[in-house]
Each structure stands twice: as C-alpha cells, then as structure tokens.
Write a protein that binds this ligand. Structure first.
Ligand code: NAP
Ligand code: HSE
Length: 431
C-alpha cells in the first residue's frame, strides 16, 4: 500500500475509546485498503494509566495530559473521546486545531455548545472536524444528511436520538420494570452518559438535535434554543393509557422549518402504535429527514455502545485518511443561514393529559370549562374505576391546538381544588 501511515492519537479510553482501538486492531487489513494507507495509533491519553482496557497499549505513547498530546508534533489526527462540553475535551480539540491536526470526535456536548466556533477554527485552517459518532451512534446520519441529501432543501428532521431513554421506555413498557432498575442496567451496558441525568432529562438528545439542525438547515448550532423535557415523569400509568389509546411513548427530537424560523424540541411524545417510529425499540435510534426532492428518508440503527459508536468514529478516520472533506456542517460556517428560533408556544398538535382528581360530581365539567375557556377542544375522555370522594386518574386527549392555549388551560386546571396533582401532559405527534 502506498502513502504515509496516518498517525492518530486517541484521547479517552472508556466505552468508545477502547472500542475504537479494538476496531482499528481487528479490522486493520480492510481499513488499510479503504484508507489507501495504514492507520497507526501512536499515542493515547486517559486519566488512569493502570486500568485494564482490554487492549494492548505497550507500543503506544501514553499522555496523562490530552492537551499535551493534542499539541504533539508527530500526529495527524486527534481523536477526542473524553466527553464534556468544556474542560479537557475542549482545550485539547482547540489545541489540536491550532497545531494543524484534523479532529475526530464523538462529543455532542462539545459540538452543541461550541460547534460553530470550532467549525470556523477548523475551516479557517483547512482541517477536518468530523463528528459522525456524535449523533445517533452507529447510524451514518451526518454523512447522509450532509452529503447524501446535499441536493435537497431539508425541511424537517426528527427521531429517537437517545438510546438510553429508548431502552428505558421500551423495557418499562414490555416488562413493567421500574425506571431506576432499567436505568442502572443501561449504565452497565455502556449506553448512558457519564452523568445519566443528561440522558433521562433529554439534554443528550438536545445536544444531538442542535447538531443535526445545523447540518440539516445550514444554520449555526443553537443549543440554547432547544426546548428540552426528559422522561423522569413518565409512569407505568401513562404507559398503560398510551397503550389503551393506541399510542407508544417515545422521547423524540424534532427540528422543523416553520414560518417563524427553526423549531427545535425534545420531549416525550405519544406516537400512533402503527407509525414506523413506534416500532423502533431498545437501544436503537431512528432519524427521519424530509427533503424537497427526495421526500422522506429513514435511518435506523444502534445509537449507543462501544461497537456502533466505534464504527462511526472509524468512518471519520477513513475519510481523513482519504483526504475527503466537506465544510463541518455542510455549508461553510461563514455562510450559515441566520434563522430565528421558532418559539415552543407556537407548536400546534394534539395533547394527552392525565389528571388525579377527586371523584365527585361536577369535576369533569370544571375541567372541561377550563379547556373551553382557553379554546382547547377535547377529543376523548377516560375515567377508569370509581372511588367516590377519593383520588382517581382521569385522562383526556385534545384536538389540534397551539401550545400557548394548552399551557394556559393546564395552569387553570392545576389551580382547581379537585385537581390533586400537577397535570401530566404528553404531546401527541402524528407522523
Ligand atoms: P467514558 O466511558 O466515560 O470514557 C471517558 C474516557 O475519558 C475515560 O477513558 C477517561 O479516563 C477519559 N478521561 C476523562 N477525563 C479525562 C482527562 N481529563 N484527560 C484524559 N482522559 C480523560 O465515556 P464514553 O461513553 O466512552 O464517551 C466518550 C464520548 O463519546 C463522549 O463524548 C460521549 O458523549 C460520546 N458518545 C458515547 C457513546 C456511548 O455509547 N457511550 C455513544 C456516542 C457518543 P479513565 O478511563 O482513565 O477514567
Ligand atoms: N448516552 C447516549 C445514548 C449515548 O444513550 O444515546 C449515545 O450518544
């Protein structure tokens, strides 16, 4: 094989880092063919040198400090697999770009918070900043959107962007197990972030959505404008009602061009049981893009874990080895479209609401009056069981309404004496 070996340095040897080293070693032959040259890991960095990572590190140089490694003269590509929006990961990536190295990262937190600035830095120096693994793990969604759909105006991207949440929701639905029990299992399997609240509170999906939005619509990464809600409040009762009403509960990320600008939201959704996305279960992710020429494109695969994520990281390394590069987010950062955020209050659609109310005559009339007063039309209403004078769950769904009206109606309902707990609301999405 002709060509100089591609020298890479890997910072972070946890779930993903160790997975990348294993993949590079096991697939060395096929990768040499695909890269047109050898890929050689020359340096690594992590915190604990004594930890057994299940990979042979005897021939590589060890750095305690990833920033020093990023600045070392004898590497071509800096692979950042530490994680975190700031700290060591950011400092090391900046140093790598300053000192002329291409960067490959799986770090959506870093890109969501600093993606535009880092893209400007990389593009200003003619370097790649590649991040296939940062969104939807092993699914090649960045390449599909940025390159495969380059001939389209993309108007919407939505999907299941967090494997941990999808795993938890699936296990809760299919086994009836408790939330905390399933979360612990997801952590053991290497799906969850170092801080699992990032997963279950929707932040990880929001990081990914902010990155996807930039690639889809050619605009700056705007994480601050993403409306974020997680899955902590989803209960077995909601799961059961969803099933009865013909829905499944999924944590979705949705980015849309609207007449007001760009809508970006992450929250639990009820989707019809027969919608394709309802069938995407477990740690699997799905991304659906709508383009003006291609129509709807579906991508499904494993969104987390060592193997799938390493697969995406290595795809980026192969691109760098081959000298294939595009602007970081599809269009040069200096030419980004300036799009206004579309406010959450403008979201239009149906809603599911669960209330705990005192079981006495007239309560439902009071709830219905609050909906009427705020111009929200009820579609269905369900009370199971009877407990005169005591608390009973009551569930209703609405016809399409706007979020602002729904929120005003919910505030009025919450204030009613017969309503014993804050209402639980889940938005219904028809795909
Ligand atoms: P992880 O298992 O927690 O591994 C993090 C690694 O970074 C560890 O090896 C740790 O060293 C090292 N590290 C932490 N601070 C460091 C520092 N200051 N200097 C040098 N090394 C440091 O995390 P992970 O799951 O592999 O995730 C890595 C990145 O991939 C994150 O950005 C994550 O969001 C992203 N990602 C993860 C997945 C997934 O399925 N896990 C999927 C897609 C993307 P020690 O081992 O010595 O503690
Ligand atoms: N914690 C993330 C998830 C890892 O569960 O999807 C993949 O980014």
């Amino acid at each position: 094989m002709s060509g100089q070996p591609l020298k890479i340095a890997v910072a972070g040897l946890g779930t993903v880092g160790a997975g990348v080293l294993k993949l590079l070693s096991q697939q060395a032959q096929i990768l040499e063919q695909r890269c047109g040259r050898k890929v050689v890991v020359t340096a690594v960095s992590a915190r604990d040198r004594s930890k057994d990572r299940g990979v042979d590190l005897s021939a590589v140089r060890w750095f305690d400090d990833p920033v020093a490694m990023a600045g070392a003269p004898d590497i071509d590509v800096f692979v950042e697999l530490i994680g975190g929006s700031d700290g060591a990961a950011k400092a090391a990536v900046e140093t790598a770009l300053e000192t002329g190295k291409h960067v490959v990262t799986a770090n959506k937190a870093l890109l969501a918070n600093h993606g535009t600035a880092l893209a400007e830095r990389a593009e200003g120096r003619g370097l790649s900043l590649a991040f296939e693994a940062a969104v939807a793990g092993g699914i090649p969604v960045i390449k599909a959107l940025r390159e495969g759909l380059a001939g389209n105006r993309v108007t919407e991207v939505h999907g299941i962007l967090n494997g941990t949440c999808n795993y938890i929701l699936t296990e809760m639905r299919t086994t009836g197990r408790a939330f905390a029990d399933v979360l612990a299992e997801a952590q053991t399997l290497g799906y969850a972030e170092a801080d699992p609240s990032f997963d279950i509170d929707g932040v990880d999906a929001a990081h990914k959505l902010a990155v996807l939005t930039s690639v889809a619509f050619g605009c700056p990464v705007d994480f601050a404008s993403v409306h974020v809600e997680g899955i902590r409040h989803i209960s077995a009762v909601d799961m059961a009602y969803a099933e009865e009403l013909g829905y499944r509960i999924k944590l979705l990320g949705i980015a849309r061009l609207t007449r007001l600008g760009v809508e970006q939201r992450v929250h639990p959704c009820m989707v019809p049981k027969d919608a394709p996305i309802a069938a995407v279960d477990g740690v699997f992710n799905a991304v659906v893009a709508q383009g003006d020429f291609v129509d709807r494109v579906w991508l499904v695969g494993r969104g987390a874990g060592a193997g799938p994520t390493a697969s995406a990281v290595v795809a980026d390394i192969v691109d760098v080895a081959r000298g294939r590069s595009t602007p970081t987010f599809g269009v040069p950062a200096g030419q980004f479209a300036r799009l206004e955020p579309s406010p959450m209050e403008a979201r239009t659609g149906a809603y599911y609401v669960r209330l705990m109310v005192v079981d006495r005559p007239g309560v439902i009339a009071e709830v219905a009056a609050a909906l009427r007063d705020h111009n929200v039309s009820m579609e269905s209403f369900l009370q199971r069981g009877r407990a005169p004078g005591e608390a009973v769950p009551v569930v209703l769904t609405t016809h399409d309404t706007d979020e602002a009206s729904m929120q005003r109606a919910l505030a009025a309902i919450s204030a009613q004496a017969a309503v014993l707990e804050p209402p639980r609301m889940i938005r219904i999405e028809q795909f």
